[in-house]
Ligand binder design. Sequence first.
Ligand SMILES: Cc1cc2nc3c(=O)[nH]c(=O)nc-3n(C[C@H](O)[C@H](O)[C@H](O)COP(=O)(O)OP(=O)(O)OC[C@H]3O[C@@H](n4cnc5c(N)ncnc54)[C@H](O)[C@@H]3O)c2cc1C
Length: 391
Amino acid sequence: MARSRTIVIAGAGIGGLTAALALTRAGFRAVVLEQAARLEETGAGIQLSPNATRVLFDLGLGARLRPLAVAPEAIRVVNGASGRDIVRVPLGLTAAQRYGAPYWVIHRADLQAVLAITIAESPDVTLRLGTGVENFAVHQHGVTVEARGAQGLRDEQGIALIGADGLWSTLRTRLGERRSPHFAHRTAGTTAGLTDEFRESVTGLWLGRDAHLVHYPVKGGREINIVAIVRDDWHEPGWSAPGQQGELAARFAGFAPQARALIAMPDRWQKWALFDRPPGRPRTRDPVTLIGDAAHPMLPFLAQGGAMAIEDAAVLASCLGRDEDVVRALRTYERTRRTRVARAQREARRNSWRYHLAGPLGFVRNAALGALGGENLLRRYDWLYGWRQEK
Ligand SMILES: Cc1cc2nc3c(=O)[nH]c(=O)nc-3n(C[C@H](O)[C@H](O)[C@H](O)COP(=O)(O)OP(=O)(O)OC[C@H]3O[C@@H](n4cnc5c(N)ncnc54)[C@H](O)[C@@H]3O)c2cc1C
């Protein structure tokens, strides 16, 4: 690989893989180093709002993703206790026309497979699995990245290094971050399965005391993805653990029968503790930057962590494509993203409080949402879903 156009990416999650593709479109070569021996996405489904699908379309992935994705007609916000609708936020055609790109839900494995296949076809991307980045050194030609694989330590050369290594980012620490992500006192349980009850093509959002439930169709509508988030003190930093169905059922005991039936359906759950960071990232003059959860982890109450990683990838590639000065391009990327990702992080954090209200405050929330109506509620997210990259 020619060294002068090669960019090294640490991490092959949604952010790293999208960045690799976006960089090739901007004329670069990418070496993606992934510590895991196999590409595997944690969790079952992901919502891809129009700000994310627009980027994926621009990268030419629309035709491959379309048969695997579902475009839900609405977000159905439900009073968890009564099972009655609070408001329906129109998606489907309304969202596609309003934002010029669809709102999709998809199985994570399907999204990852499309990204991985497209990368495998590109002569400009090398993916090295089982290779964990440990450190880097900056010099006049760029950056030397030190990574450990089955054969021991190896060096990788590039003009820049992108840390797409997730919430527990090693590169963030190497860039001077001293604080760890903080526990949000919430745990998420996710699973996917077959159900006849929830055939409707909607994203369901059930709100209740200290807990909420999200479900949507995946696998072209053949399966349903369920995410249950509860206020909780269990936290094991890092990785997911098997969840107990009985444990979750107890937390949703006050929900309507339909929601309880959904919780009772799968016998296997995957659970993980949710962590957050305040906005901001370590400052550096090095040709190194961060994208996705490494840069700005986001609580999953706005369904935007993956979307922001996808946006990051597009903006980063565009900045690098427009400016010969790599360090300056990376700083432009960081400046461009700062306000928007901080707003999304704040909004997600607010929702973590709003979603779990009960009693009089829950009543006020439900009344306000109902009075606002679905169309107006959608309009409130124009800043988020209507995002377009400056060309
Ligand atoms: C319950 C839940 C629901 C969610 N729902 C949505 C949703 O609907 N929509 C949405 O947009 N987002 C959602 N998110 C957020 C989304 O999943 C994440 O924001 C997104 O996956 C982050 O992608 P990433 O590539 O930045 O990081 P990751 O997916 O964490 O990928 C990081 C990769 O880097 C690798 N790695 C780590 N360290 C190293 C190293 N030193 N060297 C090499 N490789 C390394 C890891 O193995 C991993 O493969 C949700 C999150 C949760 C928890």
